[in-house]
Write a new protein. Sequence first.
Length: 211
Amino acid sequence: MKTKYLSIVLLILFISVSCGYIGSKRVKPNDETTWIWTGPFTDDIAAKYKSIGREVLKESFLTLTGEVSRAMKEGGVPHAVQYCNMKAYPIIDSLSKANHVSIKRVAMKNRNPDNFMRAFEQELYKDYAMKHIQKMSIMDQVVLSKDNYLEYYAPIIVTAQCLACHGKPGTDIQPENYELIKSLYPDDKAIDHYVGDLRGMWRIRFMPTKQ
């Protein structure tokens, strides 16, 4: 049910939203700390930005999975791992700029050190994890964080295709591929997952004056 729901989220059509000024002006264009939300946070605002978040997530997911699938076909897991190491962040940055957002994948068991969850995200993740353990639906959501960022979150669920890089070393991850992963990410913790696990969350932070 949870995997089916996530698929629906990723494929949902974009709901057009009206443009307008909401929130505070972004003083320094290259400084994300100025993306502070100062406008109201209502159910209508949450619904509007959930629609935007779903569309950005759909584009990001399809772009990344398409590129990784192509890399896998070209050179297997080693090529895909090196491709992700070199190209994933430039792709995400490009999508972020095009959509006037900041896109990130965060996890407790992170691979890249930059993807470790901040305290507020850990609270959201623990709530997702408890519901996941209890076999309850875990829904995407828009929240106003404790540091006043307007953000969209959606769970990342492990599929069979993830195991070659995020499964159990020696069983799902071949030894030579795991050695490559460790060479690129010495502090890697994103392993020992099973199909259906909650691996982390997508986080999309909105730039108020551009939506």
